[in-house]
Design a protein around this ligand. Structure first.
Ligand code: PLP
Length: 394
């Protein structure tokens, strides 16, 4: 069968994820699912907050006439107003509904933004380690990705970013709290980035946008806060979703929001709404828009995630694994003590531990554990990590 050569090549490179999934299924058949410790997927096992179900029930019992029709491609006015109100409070800026477009998740929002901004050959900077889909999303719209390293502690390396921005750089994607490291970029580092961008604007005579991918913004620990990107970067567009904060990844509901201070803003808004339509999304799911209108200040139980983080982080560091303590999101990204990604993956599998090697995030020599799984599975996995550490001579 003839498919595009490009997609065939992408499939070959991405096949290890599928292979891992199949091997996981195989292990579950042999050992039983309670004895396989699958940390591979960022697909939360927790249920949405109770209030989500109450709102859902209300809508089912008292349906609003026309609630399943198309609406404006940007989404319902009242949903966008609810989002804008929260953003105005967080940023102190003059947000209103026109600055918000409801989307099919953060993934949908990223594609809409990239489609709107990129001409063929434009560069987009992504920071190592990065969410693996960024490369494909950038390619979808004719862009070229440029990988830039972060510092040893995964914070922003402003010199490296400064050097990487060229005349062709249209955007930088930031992801904070970060998947896979859990790092939050500080307000100070965002201010420094703004200075770099302003210097480049003078040098090249055009703007570089910051696309801030924030689906984990409400999942933060130890009193940390995620600085509002809009307070620090003028040419900023946030993309986010309720996949993680309300545990609704299958419902494909999110939004993009643009900084009210961006120049020539009406053209940008028109472009974004047009691309939401012409990429085939048409609009974000109607039912979900109605539901999340009233849930902008809600989230899943963050304490539950913190408990899971602490369980795993404390155990692994005691065994000698090195890692940055995550400030948010629900991933750990420890150093792989033997270096070789595939060898480490195979060794962990001997103890029924399934993980994602760092190479998948552009960072070989590390591995990612997604701890959005059952607490009991994490507890059951602890002796397996002890056996793994012993096997590795730690
Ligand atoms: N960005 C990051 C960093 C993610 O981790 C994910 C999902 O795991 C997404 C975007 C896509 O999320 P959504 O389900 O909202 O499309």
């Amino acid at each position: 069968m003839a498919i595009s050569q490009k997609i065939e090549k992408f499939l070959a490179n991405a096949s290890f994820i599928r292979k891992m999934f199949e091997e996981g299924e195989q292990l579950r058949k042999i050992h039983g699912s309670d004895k396989v410790y699958d940390f591979t997927l960022g697909n939360p096992v927790n249920e949405p907050p109770k209030i989500f179900k109450e709102e859902l029930k209300k809508l089912a019992l008292e349906p609003v006439p026309g609630m399943h029709r198309y609406m404006s491609n940007a989404g319902y006015m009242e949903t966008r107003q609810a989002v804008a109100q929260l953003l105005a409070e967080q940023s102190g800026l003059d947000f209103n509904e026109k600055h918000v477009v409801m989307t099919c998740g953060a993934g949908g929002a990223l594609n809409v933004v990239l489609k709107t901004l990129l001409d063929p050959g434009d560069e987009v900077i992504i920071l190592n380690p990065f969410f693996v889909e960024y490369k494909f999303y950038i390619d979808n719209h004719g862009g070229v990705f440029k990988e830039v390293a972060t510092k040893e502690d995964f914070t922003l390396d402003l010199n490296a970013i400064d050097q990487a921005i060229s005349e062709k750089t249209k955007a930088i994607i930031l992801n904070s709290p970060n998947n896979p490291t859990g790092v939050i970029y500080s307000a100070q580092s965002l201010d420094s980035l703004e200075q770099v961008l302003s210097k480049k604007r003078k040098q090249y005579g055009h703007d570089t946008f910051v696309i801030s991918d924030e689906p984990y913004a409400k999942i933060v620990y130890d009193g940390n806060q995620v600085p509002s990107i809009f307070k620090h970067i003028t040419n900023s567009i946030a993309v986010t979703s309720h996949s993680k904060d309300l545990a609704l990844p299958g419902e494909r509901i999110g939004y993009l929001a643009i900084n009210p201070l961006i120049d020539n803003i009406d053209l940008l808004i028109d472009g974004l709404i047009f691309c939401n339509r012409t990429l085939g999304f048409v609009n974000a799911p109607a039912l979900m828009q109605r539901l999340v209108t009233h849930l902008q200040r809600e989230s899943v139980d963050i304490e539950e995630y913190k408990e899971k983080r602490d369980l795993l982080y404390n155990h692994l560091t005691a065994l000698g694994f090195e890692m940055v303590k995550p400030q948010g999101a629900f991933y750990l990204f420890p150093k792989n003590p033997i270096g070789d990604d595939m060898k480490f993956l195979e060794t962990a599998k001997k103890f029924n531990i399934l993980l994602v090697p760092g190479g998948g995030f552009g960072c070989p020599g590390y591995f990612r554990l997604a701890y959005c799984i059952d607490k009991q599975t994490i507890i059951n996995s602890l002796p397996a990590f002890e056996s793994l550490a012993r096997e590795l001579g730690m």
